[in-house]
Design a protein around this ligand. Sequence first.
Ligand SMILES: [Zn+2]
Length: 86
Amino acid sequence: MLFRGTLISQLKYKCAWYGKKLIIIDPKNTSRICHECKQKNHEFNSLSQSEWLAARKWACPNCHAHLDGDVNAAKNILAKGLETLA
Ligand SMILES: [Zn+2]
């Protein structure tokens, strides 16, 4: 398993090589927040982390958007990264 520091070092190297900027964000709640309405899914509160991470598809209890867990998290991570550029 790759350690976080090693992964970040490799990403920094690759970004420098290709003239890109590496943006590191806090991933907290990126899997639990609906990217459509930005509300945290409180239905996950009663589940363990492995249980709510295993939810591949879920419907937002606030705006009823149907979400793919990975795509939703990726959109939240992208939005957090773009916020750092603003
Ligand atoms: Zn929502």
